[in-house]
Design a protein around this ligand. Structure first.
Ligand code: ADP
Ligand code: MG
Length: 273
């Protein structure tokens, strides 16, 4: 085979196998390699390394897209000084992803605007970067979808799909009370994932109020028993970060209509692990 033929077949084969970064960088690397008198192994090593890095980046981006995060929030952006009830060490320990590898749960409990969703998404992004499958959904949306799937006769498959990722984030538990079917489906999710895979829950309700959310104290207790068996709870206190920063900037605090039951109970929240 002539050199030209080999060169053309190399390009064609790389394309056919999907080694696209290597294919794109091939000519430049061959040229530079000849000029700098690099060995064949050095040239090939450089090309393969670039291909591997590109694939890794693409895979992370794909996983982040598939996770379905509603906004981009990272742990690096979280201002611990503004939120002293959140222990940085606890979050850093969670960020090692050991909790996912040991199928433990995380609960972020606190009133609206204090960073529950921010921290959940930050951990979720960390998990995707670490190569773990992640799904984000509000709890309400997940339950609505499961109900619809049941009506179409594909409920079990939908439940299996929802429960398959290594890390599932169920955001906003407790903003609206659930009907009987939703509460039962929530139990099914918790039961399916128990001691097998990790779930992050966020809620504006303390444990004792979950009975009201699920509309059934016995079911709530069964759910919490499983969730809390291997878990870390981060109780977040204080006022909404958004409102506070707006006030600092000189904007008067807006009056928030009570669209959701956000009652603050005086008994308060304690951070326990
Ligand atoms: P919720 O607790 O209701 O889920 P979010 O996590 O959505 O609240 O936070 C509301 C907004 O305030 C978001 O834009 C979030 O990024 C921001 N925020 C809240 N707490 C902090 C914090 N400690 N540092 C930086 N941003 C914060
Ligand atoms: Mg939220």
């Amino acid at each position: 085979m002539t050199g030209n033929l080999a060169y053309e077949r190399l390009h064609a084969n790389l394309q056919a196998m999907g080694w696209l970064t290597l294919e794109r960088n091939l000519d430049g690397a061959l040229e530079l390699g000849t000029k700098e008198e690099r060995s064949f192994a050095e040239i090939l090593d450089g090309l393969v390394e670039q291909e591997r890095k590109a694939r890794q980046t693409n895979l992370i981006e794909l996983r982040l897209r598939l996770a379905g995060f509603p906004v981009r929030k990272t742990l690096e952006e979280f201002d611990y000084k503004a939120q002293p009830s959140v222990d940085r060490k606890t979050i850093e320990e969670l960020a090692t992803m050991r909790f996912v590898h040991s199928a433990e749960n995380v609960l972020f409990l606190g009133p609206a605007g204090v960073g529950n969703t921010h921290l959940a998404i930050g951990l979720g992004r960390g998990a995707a970067r670490a190569g773990l499958s992640v799904t984000y959904t509000s709890a309400g949306k997940a339950l609505r979808k499961l109900k619809e799937a049941h009506e179409r006769g594909v409920g079990e498959r939908a439940l299996r799909t929802l429960c398959s990722p290594k890390l599932l984030i169920l955001d906003e538990i407790g903003y609206l009370p659930w009907d009987k079917e939703s509460a039962h489906l929530f139990f099914r999710i918790v039961e399916n994932r128990y001691e097998r895979v990790s779930t992050i829950f966020t809620s504006n309700k303390v444990y004792s109020e979950w009975g009201e959310v699920l509309g059934d104290p016995v079911l709530a207790s069964a759910v919490l028993n499983r969730i809390l068996h291997h878990s870390t709870t981060v109780n977040i206190k204080g006022e909404s970060y958004r409102l506070r920063t707006e006030r600092r900037a000189g904007t008067p605090t807006p009056v928030i209509p009570m669209e959701t039951p956000m009652k603050e109970k005086p008994r308060g929240r304690t951070t326990e692990e």
